[in-house]
Write a protein that binds this ligand. Structure first.
Ligand code: SF4
Length: 324
């Protein structure tokens, strides 16, 4: 039985975009980018969200960061529906859930000094005393392995790995409870990736942080998380303890992904996109099971009826008509 306390929950979260045409912007289609996604990230847990490009994992992250508004569903943080938060409570949520994005260069303002970039979230929200900000800045620089003098430099004076350390420092300065890490190492050189992965895991351990790790890289998710959900065309098709999911994958999509990757070693950075056949357009989602045009176990029922995510064994959930 899972007795961990959920810090952050997505409950039946959806995000649909209308596709419009003509000068009247009449709606001609709907893209279901996120289509009824539910999961829970426990206190102190690393939770992985994996899937091919366009599966909805980044949009899910944006919904959690309140960068996009859900079409329906709930985000629940510490037991409270985030949609009901206003004023200080809403500001506290934004402070508690911090992002780190893939490209540290484009997410850092090139005209600001690093110290100002890092302190911006703290100063903008709390206006704390200068001395306290200065001390906190030195603490987070040390935490992410940057020299104190880094504060007076500009982002272009740093390497890619160092810039991601700056992005981490900016996320950590307001003492968050949860990080949303969207492909945090995929833009980095192989030699640097392991350093940043170890840095994030060390910080998580020291502070009991939770994180949602969004990645298309199976080895990163396997190494950094204790629970994993696999997304396909806007839906979660499999979710389990990471060790169980990688050791005993059930869904044909997950099995095909793992079969296409013979060795999953940290640092080897095995990427998705190896399953045969193209991902269907989100504008034209296949009826029944969304994976059926690519599935080698497809049955008649799969073309008509969409399988629900169900408990298969222990805490292992799968959305498939096959018997497990
Ligand atoms: Fe394959 Fe059918 Fe399972 Fe979908 S429901 S993954 S088509 S066996």
């Amino acid at each position: 039985m899972n007795t961990k306390v959920a810090l952050l929950e997505a409950r039946k979260l959806t995000k649909y975009y209308n596709v419009t045409r003509g000068i009247m912007f009449s709606s001609v289609a709907r893209v279901k980018a996120v289509d009824g996604v539910s999961f829970a990230v426990s206190q102190g847990e690393g939770f992985g969200l994996v899937g091919e490009s366009g599966c909805g994992k980044t949009t899910t992250g944006k919904l959690i960061l309140l960068l996009e508004k859900p079409t329906s569903g709930q985000i629940v943080f510490c037991g409270k529906d985030v949609a009901s938060l206003t004023g200080k409570e809403l500001a506290d949520y934004r402070k508690s859930v911090q992002p780190v994005f893939q490209d540290p260069f484009s997410s850092l303002n090139p005209r600001m000094r690093v110290g100002d970039i890092i302190c911006e979230p703290l100063v903008a929200r709390d206006s704390p005393p200068r001395a306290a900000v200065k001390q906190r800045l030195q603490d987070v620089l040390q935490e992410v392995g940057l020299a104190p003098r880094s504060a007076s430099l500009y982002p272009h004076e740093f390497s890619g790995g160092q810039r991601q350390r700056i992005a981490l420092a900016r996320a950590l300065i307001s003492r968050p409870q949860c990080l949303v890490l969207d492909e945090p190492v995929s833009a980095l050189d192989t030699s640097i990736r392991a350093q940043i992965i170890n840095l994030i895991m060390g910080i998580q351990e020291r502070h009991g942080l939770s994180y949602l790790m969004i990645a298309h890289d199976l080895s990163v998710v396997r190494h950094m998380t204790t629970k994993t959900a696999v997304m396909y065309l806007g839906k979660i098709v499999e979710m389990s303890e990471t060790r169980d999911l990688f050791g005993h994958p059930l869904h044909p999509y997950t099995r095909a992904l793992l079969a296409a990757v013979p060795q999953l070693k940290p640092g080897s950075m095995q990427k998705l996109g190896l399953v045969e056949g193209e991902v269907p357009s989100p504008l034209d989602i296949p009826p029944g099971c969304r994976f059926h045009p690519r599935c080698r176990f497809v049955m008649a029922i799969c073309r008509e009826s969409e399988p629900e995510l169900r408990m298969a064994a222990g805490q292992h959930q799968v959305a498939c008509h096959l018997e497990f």
